[in-house]
Design a binder for this molecule. Structure first.
Ligand code: MSP
Length: 648
């Protein structure tokens, strides 16, 4: 290895840095290992991707209607927990909304399977790294099925296709002159797989202290490491990263996170190490197999390789259909073609395959990994000549007692336990509705039960059950009049003014769609629930059960009752379209209960405008015998544990 150091072999001890910072420490820094002129396409694609950022709304699909959305690729050191599930269910809600809105969605998730942290976890579990990653990746795939996650791709960074892309990508960056060799010394957090700045370190209690050596997230010591590695010249891309952050809309949402990262970037983007000598569990560095590719450089590329893997298919684990792995030669051709295609977003062929849509429209991530996505990743892509993502949405943490819930912290909430006790809709609904997406949120079982029961069991479940049973008893299992006639009848009784449920439904459609576009799930769901709340109040006031029993003007009273119920059911139908991205199971059950084809809620069949337009329920259309669509929740998980603990 020493022989490959060339003029860049001077060792520079730097104790302060998360990005490796040879430049910062040595004015007479060694020259990069290999320097070539940047490919023209890299400059062009960066410039045009910046332009397209300002021209479009940040979560809009590209001009061909593609929408690529990703979750982070999860570390497979331990079984998934509710914190990681949170990112995935938020991305899933967005993917489902976008499909409903007519986009061709590529929803990518997967597992980050290399690196020291994983190798250590495997050894601890008494398994080989491969056995370990296979087992945990299987747990992720199974959990996503239980949580009703509709991912289109499931990438594993140990796949041959991914490896080909990492190798081909690193070669491009290298050829661009952005890789050099150097030595580094600093505090390393294996849990974050990241060197830490001294100023970021805290003591074991989480307090800043002179000489402290613990990671602020994991509260564990970060021993000093000294390694000779390859480095990526991230610092060369400072101005491009700044341009992406200050563009309108910015690369990063929400705005307060954009400001945080912009402040860090203004202090100077520093180069970072992209290889590890001490971690054999990884992809070999293409021009020096004694080192492996740094796990973050490796994993970020999973967003790209995922799009060339087989469709996740019904089994959700990425192996649904058997297509050949992408070879190294093909990966090289594909990357070259993607770079020359610029930001058109789709079309074209290379390496015997159709080119995937690119760039990514939204990376959904937690706040702890923002720097990797909004600084390293755009710089890497620019270096390789590929368009940069349109948006990185950084959400907050789920906490328990104020601490980030996490595998390394051992304070996790088990999603399987929650799912066993309460089902996917309840879990999905609670986290999307009760945490403002972007901020931290604490889990509390009592609140969980109340929120879910209020909205799903009472507002939705009771409304549909009660109304359809009234119709069944007073006419039979079909709608006595259409939604349009029913609304006209109520308007006539209201001096010609449309009924409040009709106008609320119209308004909620607009508010909810705009909120989904902004990934403000809580507001999107509140808007939908405004319809069901009003529907319940309206039925309560109308008292159709009394109208059906009226002796005087019985015909007119029945018509009023029928009209009111049909209007309430049509409004509920529209609410279910808006709720479907969050509670797909419940929305389908309600649709089926209304006698409608629930497959339209998966999107791509009927335009969203049409689905949410008043007039879906038709006169004479039949519906099945009503049965409950959502069972009330009783406290089961934590309370059961607490009683067990108390008994022990
Ligand atoms: N492997 C990297 C990501 C590589 S992406 C190319 C990683 N994995 S992780 O499993 O540690 O975390 C994945 C995601 O889960 C991150 O977005 C992280 O913020 C999120 N969460 C992990 N714990 C969390 C909470 N307690 N709350 C909310 N999300 C959190 O980082």
């Amino acid at each position: 290895m020493a022989s490959s150091l060339g003029r860049g072999s001077a060792v520079c001890s730097v104790t302060s840095a998360h990005f490796h910072m040879r430049r910062a420490c040595s004015p007479s820094s060694p020259r990069p290992f290999l320097v070539r002129n940047p490919p023209r396409s890299s400059l062009r694609s960066f410039a045009s991707s910046s332009a397209s950022l300002s021209a479009s709304t940040s979560t809009s699909s590209d001009s061909t209607g593609n929408f690529v959305i990703t979750t982070p690729l999860y570390y497979v050191n331990a079984a998934p927990h509710m914190g990681s599930s949170y990112t995935t269910l938020a991305a899933d809600a967005m993917a489902r909304y976008k499909r409903l809105a007519g986009a061709h969605v590529e929803f990518v998730t997967g597992c980050d399977e290399h690196g020291e942290k994983i190798a250590q976890a495997a050894a601890k579990a008494g398994r080989t790294p491969q056995e370990h990653v296979d087992a945990i990746a299987g747990e992720y795939a199974a959990l996503w099925r239980r949580l009703d996650i509709s991912n289109d791709r499931f990438v594993r960074t140990t796949s041959a296709t991914h490896r080909a892309f990492v190798t081909a990508f690193l070669e491009r960056v290298w050829d661009r002159g952005d890789v050099y060799q150097d030595a580094y010394e600093g505090h390393y957090c294996v849990d974050c797989e990241e060197y830490k700045d001294e100023k970021e370190l805290v003591n074991a209690a989480g307090e800043p202290e002179e000489g402290a050596d613990c990671c602020a997230i994991h509260r564990r010591p970060c021993p000093i490491r000294k390694e000779e590695n390859y480095f990526f010249k991230c610092s060369s891309y400072q101005s491009q990263v700044e341009a992406l952050l200050s563009a309108e809309p910015s690369l990063v949402s929400p705005a307060f996170r954009r400001n945080e990262i912009a402040t860090t970037v203004a202090e100077g983007v520093r180069d970072f190490s992209i290889s590890r000598a001490a971690s054999p569990w990884g992809i070999p560095v293409p021009r020096d197999e004694s080192q492996t590719v740094y796990v973050w450089f490796d994993a970020l590329l999973g967003y790209l390789s995922a799009l060339y893997l087989p469709h996740a298919g019904a089994d959700g684990d990425g192996n649904g259909d058997a297509t050949r792995d992408v070879t190294l030669e093909e990966a090289r051709e594909i990357l070259e073609a993607m770079s020359t295609r610029g930001v058109e977003g789709s079309g074209g062929e290379a390496g015997g395959r159709e080119l995937a849509p690119w760039p990514v429209n939204v990376h959904v991530i937690g706040k702890d990994i923002l720097r990797f996505h909004s600084v390293y990743w755009p710089a890497m892509l620019t270096s390789a000549g590929l368009p940069t993502p349109s948006r990185v949405f950084s959400h907050g943490f789920l906490t328990k007692d104020g601490l980030k819930m996490g595998k390394s912290m051992g304070n996790t909430l088990d999603p399987i336990e929650l799912l066993d006790a309460y089902g996917a809709d309840a879990v999905r609904f609670y986290f999307l509705k009760s945490i403002s997406f972007g901020n931290d949120g604490d889990f509390n079982e009592e609140r969980f039960i109340n929120v879910v029961n209020d909205s799903l069991a009472n507002d939705v479940g009771n409304l549909v059950n009660r109304c359809l049973n009234l119709l069944r008893k007073n006419g039979g299992l079909s709608f006595p009049l259409s939604a349009s006639e029913a609304a006209d009848n109520l308007a006539k009784a209201n001096g010609g003014e449309p009924h409040a449920l009709v106008t609320t439904a119209e308004q909620s459609v607009r508010v909810s769609a705009a909120a989904y576009e902004e990934m403000d799930f809580s507001r999107a769901l509140d808007a939908a629930l405004a319809i069901t709340q009003l529907g319940n109040r309206f039925i309560q006031e109308l008292e159709p059960w009394a109208l059906y029993k009226a002796d005087e003007d019985a015909e007119e009273a029945t018509l009023r009752a029928h009209s009111g119920i049909v209007v309430a059911m049509e409004a509920l139908r529209i609410a279910m379209v808006l709720l479907a991205p969050a509670v797909p199971g419940l929305a389908s059950r309600v649709y089926a209960q209304l006698g409608l084809d629930a497959s339209v809620l998966r999107g791509g069949v009927v335009p969203l405008d049409e689905l949410t337009a008043w007039g879906g329920l038709q006169e004479g259309a039949s519906f099945p015998k009503p049965k409950p669509v959502f069972a009330r929740l009783e406290e089961m998980v934590l309370s059961a544990k607490e009683s067990a603990n108390a008994a022990a």
